[in-house]
Design a protein around this ligand. Structure first.
Ligand code: CDP
Length: 570
């Protein structure tokens, strides 16, 4: 199979099976065979005569062709003793010492198995309120978050990745101002992403410059009020300063809660794309859109037939994962199987647009996003209906919003994940993000420079006889192609990078995918360093107006250590 150098490095370091001495004893093909074999086994639960070998081959082919990849824990753990295959979990945090420390213990077990956890801290009483049994005062949600953070620090995820958490606090919690500031210092609470849980009521108050009330989570009494505009500005300023907090629109998560009988959705997974009920888990998988293209008359087009077939196999795969998964807790096993949520999404979106010659920041791209995602959700749902015929609907189907329609095997089908590592393995752009930079220069230890060029750019420049190392170095230094006169205008218009795309188009693209995605969309609106607070505010407002489920921004250079850098070293 074709696998890139970076992909191989990542796989060798963290995914392939090792012996006791840390030596790799698995090949890349061997890994996919292990995963395909373990996941295919679930077919036997429904059809003892099932052709497991055919299913295994179908799964193996789609992974080794880099058409579809399941989330990292599935690649790492399937067919192994650990066997925990999900990336996303949400745990409840109750307002008692027992419940708080129970949640910490549960999170530790999940992190150990490679999963990430989301929590709402909104049920915890405010700092300064009384503790009945001791007569003392409560320390409040933020101080407990620090304990969760330290526990995470101590437990590396299965020895392979660092624990990731989402922390959410409702906008009407009395400690909300403390929460907004809790990551002001870049060295604080580093194992958490934080988001303020925003209500429609609050947004109306912001728009009308009105005060809104703070509610004591314990007795539901009003305990104060704040100016909505001022709090909103504080959130925006803080996000401008170092990217946090993000916001999530709680009422929208619950508007799309497909089984309202099970209570409220109060949190998402760590990167925000998967809202879940307490104790639910979800396994994700992503289709590489670059490998869904076909060349016709010299032009690249999306092969919808191939996409449909891949969606079908992917839904089959993800439903199987729910069966063969070894859950970290009994309660998670039970709750997950009640709704059988899966999260199928895409990666390589920006690369696909490059091949098709469509600029990311164009209405054509936004329209295509709607069309492609609508197609995936519709075909995915059709496959879930077909599975329901054979395997039965998800147990809470009759209590779901779908109850009057055709039975479904899975309560949700689609989610757009960040695909942080999956996109490295597949060698494509991540999720639905624009390309961050087209050329990187890697400084190797002996002082030599290695140039890494986006494969689509390389192809087109070589085709036109424009490729030189000198030009690549220039692009790497500038970060963008926008002002490189040696590159023809038609190429520059299409090969836009993240910072060339206006924040408006970042949000428009997120909203377009969101309209056709059951769960949510992972997307970071990237700003250049000189962006203003007002521009950040505009984006937060736009995400609200365009019906996104939340928004996250990042201003270049606003944290000492950031994942992606323009310039010399990646
Ligand atoms: O590409 P990969 O499957 O490794 O993960 P992703 O798409 O970047 O992230 C998907 C989800 O995995 C995140 O939203 C988290 O829930 C979880 N995750 C985690 O728990 N720890 C990490 N270090 C990265 C991701």
């Amino acid at each position: 199979m074709k696998i890139g150098k970076n992909a191989l490095t990542v796989l060798e370091k963290r995914y392939l099976v090792k012996d006791e001495n840390g030596k790799n004893i698995e090949t890349v093909e061997g890994m996919f065979e292990r995963v395909a074999g373990a996941v295919a086994q679930a077919d036997l639960h429904y059809n003892s005569q099932g052709d497991i070998e055919a299913t295994k081959k179908k799964f193996y082919d789609m992974m080794t062709n880099l058409e579809f990849l399941p989330n990292s824990p599935t690649l790492m753990n399937a067919g192994k003793e650990l066997g925990q295959l999900s990336a996303c979990f949400v745990l409840p945090v109750g307002d008692s010492m027992e419940e708080i420390f129970e949640a910490i213990k549960q999170a530790a077990l999940i992190h150990k198995s490679g999963g990430g956890t989301g929590f709402s801290f909104s049920r915890l009483r405010a700092s300064g309120s009384t503790v009945r049994t001791t007569g003392g005062v409560a320390s409040g949600p933020v101080s407990f978050m620090r304990v969760f953070n330290m526990a995470t620090e101590a437990v590396k995820q299965g020895g392979t990745r660092r624990g990731a958490n989402m922390g959410i606090l409702r906008i009407d919690h009395p400690d909300v101002l403390d929460f907004i500031d809790c990551k002001k210092n870049n060295a604080d609470i580093t194992n958490f992403n934080i988001s303020v849980g925003i209500t429609e009521e609050f947004m109306h108050a912001v728009e009308n410059h009105q005060p809104y009330t703070l509610i004591d989570p314990k007795n539901k009494e009003v305990v104060g009020e704040l100016d909505a505009r001022e709090v909103f500005n504080k959130i925006v300023e803080s996000a401008w300063r170092n990217g946090e907090p993000g916001i999530i629109f709680l009422d929208r998560l619950n508007r799309d809660n497909v089984v309202p009988s099970q209570g409220e959705i109060e949190s998402t997974n760590p990167c925000g794309e998967q809202p879940l009920l307490p104790y639910e888990s979800c396994n994700l998988g992503s289709i590489n859109l670059v490998n869904m293209l076909a060349k016709k008359n010299g032009k690249y087009q999306l092969d919808y037939k191939k996409l449909e077939n891949t969606v079908k196999s992917a839904v089959h795969f993800l439903d199987n994962v729910i069966e063969v998964n070894k859950y970290p807790l009994e309660q998670i096993d039970f709750t997950t199987k009640q709704t059988r949520k899966i999260g199928l999404g895409v990666m390589g979106w920006a690369d696909m647009l490059l091949y098709m010659g469509i600029p990311y920041d164009s209405d054509e791209a936004v329209e295509l996003a709607e069309k492609v995602m609508d197609f995936i959700t519709e075909k995915g749902r059709k496959e879930s209906m077909a599975l329901a015929k054979e395997r039965g609907s998800f147990p809470l189907f009759s209590e779901s919003i779908f109850a009057s329609g055709e039975p479904l095997r899975n309560a949700t089908i689609t989610t757009i994940a960040p695909t942080g590592t999956l996109s490295i393995i597949a060698g494509c752009s991540s999720g639905v993000e624009p390309v961050f930079a087209y050329v990187f220069i890697r400084n190797v230890m002996d002082g030599t420079e290695m140039i890494e060029v986006n494969p689509v750019l390389r192809e087109i420049l070589e085709e036109r006889g424009l490729y030189t190392d000198e030009l690549m170095k220039k692009i790497a230094k500038e970060g963008s192609l926008a002002h490189i006169s040696e590159i023809p205008e038609d190429i520059r218009r299409v090969f836009v990078c993240s910072h060339d795309v206006s924040p408006l188009y970042h949000v428009k693209m997120q909203a377009a995918f969101q309209r056709h995605t059951d769960n949510a969309v992972s997307k970071t609106v990237n700003f250049t360093h000189d962006a203003t607070v007002e521009e950040v505010e505009e984006v937060y407002m736009l995400a609200y107006k365009l019906d996104c489920k939340g928004v996250t921004i990042y201003r270049d250079g606003s944290r000492d250590s950031q994942v992606l850098n323009i310039g010399s070293v990646k």
